[in-house]
Design a protein around this ligand. Sequence first.
Ligand code: SAM
Ligand code: SF4
Length: 475
Amino acid sequence: VTLAKRDDAASGVRVLGADGAGPASHQANGFVRPFPWLAPFSDADLSTTRGFIFQYPPFPVAATLTPTIGYKRDIAGLYIHLPFCPYHCAYCYYSVSLDHRRESMERYLRALGREIESVADRFAHLYRVATVFFGGGTPTYLDSSSLLELIGKLRSAFGLSDIEEFTVESDPTTLSLEKLQALRYGGVDRLSIGVQSFSTAVNFFNERKHTFEESLSAVALARMAGFSNINLDLICGLMGETESSWNATLATLLSLAPEHVTVYLFSLRPQTSASLKLSRSGAAPPCEALRVEWMTEATRKLLAAGYTQTTANCFVRSPEFEQIHQRNAWSSLPLIGIGNSAYSFVNNSLIQNVRPMEKYVARVLSGGNPGEIDLALNARDLMTRYCILRLKQLRIPRAEFRQRFGFDLLQVFGAQIETLVDLGLVVVNEGAVTATPKGTIYVDDACRLLYAEDVRDCMSRVEETDLRPLIRSLA
Ligand SMILES: C[S@@+](CC[C@H](N)C(=O)[O-])C[C@H]1O[C@@H](n2cnc3c(N)ncnc32)[C@H](O)[C@@H]1O
Ligand code: SF4
C-alpha cells in the first residue's frame, strides 16, 4: 500500500499538541482543542487522540486498493470424490473402494448428500460455483440414476446455474451410450477418460482390465453422446511398457484428436500392489532415463501435432480447452471438496476429509465433521503454496506475486530459486520465473525444493522409510 505523505516538514518524532504544533503539556490549561488531525502530521508524530486502531489496512485505504490479480473471492470450484472402482490398478494410490454392494454405495451417497447440505449452508451464499469436478475412484462406476440424483442434489444446494465447466472422470469399462447421454443431460460438458496405455497387455500387466478396443469404443461413445471436450489420461512408464508400445500409444492418441491430454509420469508409491510386485517378482517399470526420454518424446509429438502445453502434464488442442477447474485451483482460488479424502482450500485454510470411506460415512451419518486436517496457513505457507501451484503451470509471475503478497518473489525465495537455476530447472527474468524443458519434466522435484525447510525435513523422514528404497530401485 503506498500512501501519499501529507507532511514532509517533520523529521524525527514530534508529540502533537492542541494545534498540532507542539507538545500538549505546553497548553496552558492542560486541555487541547479537538481535531488535532486537521493539522498536517507525519507518521512519526505521536498523538494519543489520533484514533483507536482495530484492524489493518484502515478502511478508507482498503476501499481504494485494487483487488489482487487473479484472485476473485466470489468463485469456487467444487470437487466431489466418488471412490468406487471396477478393479484396483496395481499402481494406484488414490482413495478407492472395491466394495460393490448396492447398500454400501447407497450409504456413501447418503453421506455425500448430508455433507453437500452442510457445506452449502456454510459456503453457497459466499461463492458462485464456477466449476464442478467428479473425481475418484471412478465416478462412472455409479449408474446413471445415482449420478443424476447426485447432480440434482448439487443443483439444489449450490445452484450451478452459471457454471463454466463440469468434468466427470471415467474408466472405459464403465461407459455406455445411455450413461454418457445421462451425464450430458445432467449438464456434464467435459469427460475425462483414463486410458493409461492403448496396449491391452500393458494395462492388464498393471492390473487394469480394459482392452485397446474398449478405450477406442469409450471415445467413440462419448463423441456419439455429444461430448466435444474430452480429456484422455496416459501414464508414461507403466510396468511392461516398451518403446514400441509407448510409440503406438501416442500414435493412437493423436489419431483420436482429444481436446485435452494429460500425460502423467508413472509414480510408484509404497503400499500399492505395483510396489509389492516390484519387490517380490522384480517386475520393474522402465528406468528413470527411459521415462524421461518417453515423456520428452510425448511432449515433442503433441507439440508437433499442434497441441499447446499448459502444465507439466497437460496439453490442449486449442486454448479454450484448458481445464478451468485445475487452472482456478492452481491459481489459489477457493476449492470446496466433498467426500472421503477430498480436500478444500477456503479462507486460506487447507482442509482434508478423513480418507477411509467407511470412517467418512460413519462420521457424516452420525452428524460428525468429516474433516481430519484443518490447517490455517500462515503467510509463509500461502506464499509457498502459491509458488508451487504456479510452477506446476510452468511460470511464477513476479508482478502477481508482488501484488498478492507485497514482496518481490526473489526477496522471499531467492536462495531456493538460485538452486533451481543452478540445476537448470528454471530461468529468471524480469517478468517471471519460468520452468525450462528439464524443469518441466522434473517439475515436482523443483516444487519440492521450494518447500519450507521444516516441511522438507519432515517429508524426507517420511520418504526415507517409505519411498526411497523404491525410488532407488527404479534409478
Ligand atoms: C482417478 S483416476 C481417473 C479415473 C479412473 N479411475 C481411471 O483410472 O480411468 C486419475 C488418473 O490418475 C492417474 N494415476 C493414478 N495412479 C497413478 C500413478 N501411480 N502414477 C501416475 N499416474 C497415476 C491415471 O492416469 C488416472 O487416470
Ligand atoms: S487408476 Fe482409476 S480405476 Fe484404477 S484404481 Fe485408481 S482410481 Fe480406480
